[in-house]
Write a protein that binds this ligand. Structure first.
Ligand code: ADP
Length: 291
């Protein structure tokens, strides 16, 4: 089995500034760091760390070669990541002020220049029973989900960043929907229906420090409590949770077992500062002795 992730790849440029710049102000940054980001890349790393086979489907610009190399170092199959010389790699310019406030300029760049053909060529190598994973930071979600479904893949949608239209568009193809509590509320409001009544086999609503709720195919509701840890940085918790859940299911675990694994990964992740580069692996989760 394998996971095929149609996902964003971003360059995160992080600037430390004395205060957030005012309109028209030129402000010197006191520190700079650059890292791998994007929900898609984070999830691919998490799936790899969770021990499943993962191929990333996406696009980078000429300036982003190192991002694909980093993904490869983390165990992700990067052969279906296209290099588009006429586009900038997706990036986030993040200003973090000394008081902790931040300001982010996000440019989707090559993440929204993925051709239908690129997705088709990648999925032609998939096998029935594999998983097609998508988030809302690339184009091609609907066409990809439709193709994947036809090929007998299981479609998992992590509905973030949330956009009701995007979910509505691919609703008929989704086998598993993962979203946080805020996104679940937004979806219920937009569609005028509770998430458990959307006709999706499995829905998982993550609840931060309160764990998650699994709404299963037979109308069953299971609450999985979070593990007690002292959070340091909750960035990337959701992406790590989803990656481990998808990897667990792909490796043949029953839903409850995969949710337990994802819960452990999410808990360990919030004790770490950073995103893709600090996503834990199976050994670290075992060593943390949660269970
Ligand atoms: P998102 O980052 O998408 O908003 P959540 O904050 O709901 O997602 O976190 C995803 C999962 O990570 C949760 O379901 C939980 O298992 C774990 N998690 C998040 N925050 C904490 C926390 N403070 N303590 C323990 N586990 C956490």
């Amino acid at each position: 089995m394998a996971v095929w992730n149609l996902g964003s790849i971003n360059i995160d440029n992080v600037y430390r500034v004395p205060h957030l710049p005012a309109p028209g102000e030129t402000l010197g940054a006191t520190e700079f760091s650059q890292g791998l980001g994007g929900k898609g890349a984070n999830m691919s790393v998490a799936v790899a760390r969770a021990g499943a086979r993962i191929a990333h489907i996406g696009a980078i610009g000429r300036d982003g070669k190192w991002t694909a190399e980093r993904l490869m170092e983390y165990g992700v199959d990067t052969r279906r990541i296209a290099e588009l010389p006429d586009h900038a790699t997706g990036h986030a310019n993040i200003a973090v002020a000394d008081d902790g406030e931040n300001q982010i300029v996000l440019y989707s760049g090559s993440n929204t220049a993925i051709s239908e053909q690129m997705i088709g060529v990648a999925l032609a190598e998939a096998s029935p029973g594999d998983t097609f994973l998508i988030q809302n930071e690339t184009n091609g979600q609907r066409v990809g989900a439709e193709m994947a479904k036809q090929l007998g893949l299981k479609v998992v949608y992590a509905a973030a960043p949330f956009e009701a239209e995007a979910v509505r568009d691919i609703l008929p193809f989704i086998d598993l929907l993962v979203l946080n509590q805020v996104e679940a509320g937004q979806l219920e409001e937009a569609l005028g229906s509770p998430v458990h009544a959307l006709g999706i086999a499995d829905v998982v609503v993550t609840l931060g420090a309160d764990g998650c709720l699994w709404l299963g195919p037979s109308g069953n509701e299971v609450h999985v409590p979070a593990l007690a840890v002292t959070p340091v940085d909750t960035t990337g918790a959701g992406d790590t949770f989803t990656g481990f859940l998808v990897a667990g299911l792909d490796r043949g675990m029953p839903m409850r077992q995969a949710l337990d694994l994802a819960t452990q990964a999410g808990a360990l992740m919030v004790t770490r500062l950073g995103t893709a580069d600090v996503i834990p692996d199976l050994k670290e989760i075992e060593d943390a002795r949660f269970g």
